[in-house]
Design a protein around this ligand. Structure first.
Ligand code: ASP
Length: 439
């Protein structure tokens, strides 16, 4: 059976197993259609209240989970040689997945040429709506690359904590965890404390998942109600290019990675994480989905040692879905403004998209702010940005939901590959049978 068929069957099985969430999703689309925000503002407000409450409740566990997971993940790995080996493998696989992502995105964007004649579609109302957000992005663009990297250094870890700045937090926690393991026996009580925090946050995650169906229903309904469906007609080629590239990544690249680098059965892994995939789609946030990604992977046999190290770091750094969208969006804008897309320029866009995506937080909309970094590379003026951005923003929520599916799935794929390489998967749990070792 083809790998993509295995993925489709696994997803159908996963949907069957998590039928309540899927029904919530479908009902959300239906209600969103029937009650557009403009015509039914009261219905929208109620749905938005439920959606926001659900997101807040999930976000509540993210910080304690990320911190405790990284600390126990690194202390479980123990000696620094092992840590360096695992860390290098993780960066390598995340790197491979993201490089493939931007290559696919560039090919698709050039083949489909989504930006052709797009300028004539600009709607002046939309332009006005997005002016505020665009100026934020332009502000970001002005900060140079050096400053962006400097900002990642956790000067004040407590400030980073209270503002939820994930990358400085994980840099600090990683350094702190390595120091703890070096400190030896004396650090054991602190590690034990974080083990308790981790166990408790996983329990809270289980409870939160009872709210998943109404939460995903409200999130999907508000998204559909606010963007309407008519906008798809306007930039259908851009939407098609993004959907195609993300689909290739999801249905072809991840399964091939699993096949080439591990003996993890593709269908079993996708079925194991199907609940996380649906929540990623609903929340458009890798960070908010992280508790569930960890739960799905651990329940299906990927060791806590690998999950607690690879998944929290992936949810912050590995954003291949975002890189795909940023590459296509910038090529779309370049085509729209008639900029000559030389191979060198395309390479530059793809390279900057890798950096920009990995500095994006795992929250809704982050990727469309950091895209300014890539735009800078092709020298678009702020005025042009207003027009181009207005188009991108019209379907941003939908695109965000799709790219977050890839961001979350690729974290789980890399965790599974590393766990397989390190003999850290319980195959009986993953597929109910033992898998022969690869010769
Ligand atoms: N929403 C994405 C995520 O959480 C980030 C982005 O905006 O691209 O993975």
């Amino acid at each position: 059976m083809g790998l993509h068929m295995q993925v489709i069957i696994a997803l159908l099985l996963g949907i069957k197993r998590n039928g309540h969430i899927f029904i919530g999703l479908l009902l959300g689309v239906l209600v969103g259609f029937l009650f557009p925000q403009d015509a039914y503002p009261k219905v929208y407000n109620i749905l938005n209240f439920i959606a926001t409450a659900f997101i807040y409740v999930i976000q509540m566990v993210v910080l304690p989970l990320v911190i405790s997971a990284i600390i126990i993940g690194i202390s479980n790995i123990g000696d620094s040689k092992q840590l360096a080996k695992l860390g290098t493998k993780m960066l390598l696989y995340y790197g491979i997945i993201t490089v493939i992502a931007v290559c696919i995105a560039s090919f698709v964007a050039i083949a489909l040429h989504p930006g052709l004649n797009a300028q004539s579609l600009v709607n002046p109302d939309v332009i006005q709506n997005v002016q505020g957000r665009v100026s934020d992005a332009i502000q970001y663009q002005r900060e140079n690359l050096v400053q962006i990297f400097l900002d990642l250094i956790p000067r004040n870890p407590f400030e980073a904590l209270s503002n939820g700045k994930m990358i400085p937090i994980i840099i600090f926690v990683t350094i702190f965890s390595v120091a703890l393991t070096r400190a030896g026996e004396i650090s054991r009580p602190l590690v034990a404390l974080f083990e308790s925090i981790f166990a408790a946050t996983m329990k809270v995650t289980d409870w939160i998942m009872y709210l998943a169906a109404p939460g995903i229903f409200a999130l999907t309904a508000t998204s559909v109600a606010s963007f309407g469906v008519s906008v798809f007609n306007d930039i259908s080629k851009y939407a098609a290019a993004i959907t195609l590239a993300l689909a290739i990544q999801f249905f072809v690249v991840y399964p091939l990675m699993l096949k080439v680098f591990s003996k993890v059965p593709v269908g079993k892994l996708y079925a194991a994480i199907s609940e996380a995939i649906m929540v990623a789609f609903g929340t458009a946030s890798s960070s908010a989905t992280l508790p569930l990604t960890i739960t799905c992977c651990e329940k299906r046999g990927i060791s806590n040692r690998v999950c607690s190290f690879v998944l929290p770091l992936g949810a912050t750094l590995n954003m291949d879905g975002t890189a795909i969208v940023q590459t296509i969006a910038v090529i779309f804008l370049a085509q729209m403004y008639g900029i000559d897309l030389t191979p060198l320029l395309i390479f530059e866009i793809a390279f900057l998209a890798i950096i920009a995506s990995s500095t994006s937080a795992g929250i809704p909309g982050a990727g469309l702010i950091t895209i300014a970094l890539v735009l800078n590379g092709i020298g678009l003026t702020p005025q042009q940005l207003v027009v181009g951005f207005s188009l991108l923003f019209t379907i941003e929520r939908f695109v965000d939901m799709l790219r977050t599916i890839c961001n979350v799935t690729s974290d789980a794929v890399v965790a599974a590959i590393i766990a397989d390489n390190e003999n850290e998967i319980n195959y009986e749990l993953l597929c109910g049978q033992t898998v022969e070792n690869k010769a």
